[in-house]
Design a protein around this ligand. Structure first.
Ligand code: ZN
Ligand code: ZN
Length: 243
């Protein structure tokens, strides 16, 4: 489903993982082929940063200038899903300048829940990093967030908040994720904060899979003009990508 019934066609997927992340199942070429077959124009590969067991070493990110910029007719961007740490810093400390963008996310493999306010402060602290343009799956009450505060910070810091389709596919892993999106998304609409719909695919079959997210957006009558996935040029402008 590409969101046509919302009056918007989603043309890019900016949060995906390959075998480089250690627990995903496609190569960049297999992921790009899947993106092309689904009619996407742009694919963002965002391997996990340090802190996720089995992910790559920082030298992978150092070598990103060598990575192909077009595969199977699909434009390729390369970022990282970096971990929010309890000291309010991101887990990737080296070669961050080589990334096209970073997505900051809390993962319980390397984060200790400190309660709603402190979690929100740690996340906002990471959102201040110059490469962080997105927050992944801000939807899980294993590390609860203060949504009015988070959305206001996103507005101030030029960060888009993600609606993660994988969370909706496996809601048993992300505590109260649907309820949390029903709190967060209307706040985004009220403040005009852009939203990134992501597959968070760990397998080629899931690239560009947005069905559950689009159904939720439709239920909430969400303004499609706030979706960053609808326009490649707008997405690139948002992250300051000029190539
Ligand atoms: Zn994640
Ligand atoms: Zn991810």
């Amino acid at each position: 489903m590409n969101g046509k019934n919302m009056g918007v066609r989603l043309v890019l997927d900016a949060h995906t993982h390959t075998i480089v992340s250690g627990h995903a199942f496609g190569t960049i070429r297999e992921m790009a082929q899947a993106a092309g077959e689904k009619g996407l124009s742009l694919l963002g590969v965002t391997e996990h940063g340090p802190g996720i067991p089995g992910t790559c070493e920082p030298i992978y990110f150092a070598n990103l200038p060598v990575a192909p910029r077009r595969l199977c007719g699909v434009e390729m961007l390369y970022g990282s899903e970096v971990n929010v740490l309890n000291d309010g810093t991101i887990s990737l400390k080296q070669f961050v300048d080589r990334l096209d963008y970073a997505i900051a996310g809390i993962h319980m493999t390397c984060y200790r829940n400190e309660g709603r306010e402190r979690n929100t402060e740690n996340l906002i602290s990471c959102m201040r990093h110059e490469k962080v343009f997105f927050v992944s799956h801000p939807d899980d009450d294993h590390s609860p967030l203060d949504y009015p505060r988070l959305v206001a910070a996103a507005k101030e810091l030029h960060v888009a908040l993600e609606l993660n389709n994988s969370s909706l596919l496996k809601p048993q892993f992300r505590l109260n994720c649907v309820e949390n999106y029903k709190t967060m998304l209307p706040l985004c609409q009220k403040l005009g904060v852009p939203v990134l719909v992501s597959s968070d695919a760990h397998d080629p079959d899931d690239v560009g899979r947005f069905d559950e997210a689009l159904a939720l957006l439709e239920e909430l009558r969400f303004d499609p003009s706030l979706l960053l996935n609808a326009d490649v040029e707008r997405f690139k402008r948002f992250i300051g990508y000029t190539k």
